[in-house]
Ligand binder design. Sequence first.
Ligand code: NAD
Length: 275
Amino acid sequence: SKVPSITLNNGVSMPQLGFGVWQVPDDEAAKAVGTALEAGYRSIDTAAIYENEKGTGQAIAASGIARDELFVTTKLWNSEQGHDATLRAFDESLGRLGLDYVDLYLIHWPVPSKDLYTETYKAFEKIHADGRAKAIGVSNFLPGHLERLLAETSVVPVLNQIELHPQLQQAESRAFHARHDIRTEAWSPLGQGRGLLEVPTIVAIARKHDRTPAQVVLRWHLQLGNIVIPKSVTPSRIQENIDVFDFELDADDLAALAALDEGKRLGPDPAVFGG
Ligand code: NAD
């Protein structure tokens, strides 16, 4: 594939760019994922709460691509945290996907008020030991949540999937992850396509390289070392978002993009979300 792989802290390799399917209805997911697989994507990011694991699994089965060439991620929803509920929810996700393992299983949100993420992660460690998830990790964890996980469990999460884009650059989390050999995966890498792609600095850099604003933003993530999972259901954009491996941003571009950080969250605050 044209997408380079990175090696996670457990030796598993993962494409640095994948395809996200949040908000894609189940009956459209098979088509969108099929288009992405044809375009060369080999990593797919879904979640139980997206309610499209079935359509995602159908596209995987129909693609004829060897299972070991694909990287499938799904996530445990907040209401299923806790040891037994986690094991049950994982089986249900596998069933809907029609797979006998996932490449990566993530705790979707820490939900600190429930105080179950450590117990949940211990169930993840069992799933991992059984070989049914080749890697385990977390999503939306703040450094404090990760500190506790590292202290109370044994398998270091391979990555933390967090909201990250040029207007929310997450310097503190990225530095914490780097210190602990945890990869940073960016969700809403394009800022959900709202506003960010019209920011004059980004539009100007895109013109300079004869690329689109989305491609410039994805390139920025890749050069920072982030894993990215842009979403689109539009075939031309699905293609455009993977065509980012034949140009490079220079130091001036990177400095101009660094200046766009304004701590602007589009999604919920992980410190309080989920009850
Ligand atoms: P995104 O930043 O990927 O933006 C997607 C939107 O941007 C599209 O719906 C479209 O409107 C627009 N877009 C896409 N490609 C474009 C292009 N080339 N040109 C112009 N506009 C374009 O947003 P997202 O879907 O929120 O995030 C990506 C993925 O991250 C999700 O699909 C999901 O897999 C994951 N995610 C995870 C969490 C979490 O809590 N872990 C939360 C949100 C999203």
